[in-house]
Design a binder for this molecule. Structure first.
Ligand code: GRF
Length: 186
């Protein structure tokens, strides 16, 4: 199974996938890693691992539709079976969703449908929930609204900060993501 991973940030979840592939635990090929901005750690990690990388810089395009088209063309050129958004902080356009029906995977650091959006961890903490977690789903045109594939609960501790809670959620997120990828590859 050829996967292409999109990142915007540190790519620590991506690193877990790279490590699982290297360890022979995951029978997939990461054909490329792409980002929506220059100088991400996610792209640097991938380049260090010998994976082809690309950047389609959102800020370099005057029109949103042009960025959408450039991203789609770049992703298509690698002919992936599955695209994985791993901390990719952009909603892709309708053409992208249509090009990868049930082939565009996303992860979210909350138990959807609770706390969608860019601040799932912060919002869960602010609400005062005692249990939150992570979700792996197929992306659709909405914000964190696609069909759910797998979830895992994470207990909120009394002294949690957004950072400490997000770190524990990411541990769960990595496990669930790798399990889902392994299942899809099988
Ligand atoms: C993950 O929690 C993901 O769900 C969220 O951003 C985080 C990505 O972290 N959207 P990293 O870039 O893999 O370290």
């Amino acid at each position: 199974m050829r996967i292409l991973v999109l990142v915007s940030g540190t790519g620590s979840n991506l690193q877990a996938v790279i490590d699982a592939v290297d360890a022979g635990e995951l029978d997939i090929e990461i054909v490329a890693v792409g980002a929506d901005r220059p100088d991400t750690q996610g792209v640097a990690r991938s380049a260090a691992a010998g994976i082809p990388t690309f950047v389609v810089d959102f800020k370099a395009f005057a029109q949103r539709a042009d960025w959408d088209a450039a991203l789609l063309a770049e992703v298509r050129s690698f002919e992936p079976d599955l695209v994985v958004s791993s901390g990719f902080m952009r909603i892709v356009g309708p053409d992208f969703i249509a090009a990868f029906p049930q082939r565009y995977l996303n992860t979210h650091p909350a138990l959807l449908p609770a706390f969608p959006g860019a601040h799932g961890v912060r919002d869960a903490l602010a609400y005062g929930v005692k249990v939150t977690g992570c979700t792996v789903m197929y992306a659709d045109a909405g914000i964190d609204t696609g069909p759910i594939i797998a979830q895992r609960a994470v207990t909120v501790l009394d002294d949690d900060t957004e950072a400490s809670l997000h770190e524990r959620i990411k541990v769960a997120e990595r496990e669930v993501l790798i399990e889902v990828l392994a299942g899809l590859a099988r």
